[in-house]
Design a protein around this ligand. Structure first.
Ligand code: MN
Length: 196
């Protein structure tokens, strides 16, 4: 049973004008697909051939000999999580349990948004910014390249991809503008509430 590329949870044009169908088409159809293909090639004929994606990620984490498998499998997981972290008509201040929890753990939505944007901006090179949960408390986290919170014992609540391939066609080098749009227009708080 191979790992499969999940279908996008919306049409490729659903996030326009904030993220173009061109960007989403390449990002999902080429980048995400490549991580799926690489993962399947690396698990073929091994004891992980029939394992779940989460098991593959965790079994390859913190193991230098399995760095290639970890990077590819974690990138499959990260991208599936990223698609769900956005929705048409999303963004702005949260509602529901996540709104209360953000106020408790960050002081305000504005303080959360500033810290989340800063994590994305200061991730040097490729990587991810995350809202995560550990020991019952929300935290901001950033990871490099394919690294993922579950490898460090954190529960992911929300993520934004800050690899250049996520925004370069639409925003060129302006990562800050992409992060502003993600927060104001794209965040899927329903997904964050479901993960809490
Ligand atoms: Mn990506």
């Amino acid at each position: 049973m191979a790992i499969e590329l999940p279908v996008l949870p919306y049409e490729a044009s659903a996030l326009e004008p904030f993220i173009s169908a061109n960007t989403l088409g390449f990002h999902h159809g080429k980048h995400h697909q490549t991580y799926v293909t690489n993962t399947n090639n690396l698990i073929k004929g091994t004891d992980l051939e029939d394992a779940s994606l989460e098991k593959i990620v965790l079994s390859a984490a913190n193991n230098a000999e399995k760095a290639g498998l970890f990077n590819n499998a974690a990138q499959v997981w990260n991208h599936t999580f990223y698609w769900k972290s956005m929705k048409k008509g999303g963004g702005g201040a949260p509602t529901g349990a996540i709104a209360k929890k953000i106020n408790e753990d960050f002081g305000s939505y504005e303080a959360f948004a500033e810290a989340f944007k800063n994590a994305g901006l200061t991730q040097f090179g490729s990587g991810w910014a995350w809202l995560v949960l550990k020991d019952g408390k929300l935290q901001i986290m950033k990871t490099a390249n394919g690294d993922t919170p579950m490898a460090h014992g954190f529960i992911a609540i929300l993520t934004v991809d800050v690899w250049e391939h996520a925004y370069y066609l639409d925003y060129q080098n302006k990562r800050a503008d992409y992060l502003d749009v993600f927060l104001k227009n794209l965040v899927n708080w329903d997904f964050a509430n479901a993960n809490l």
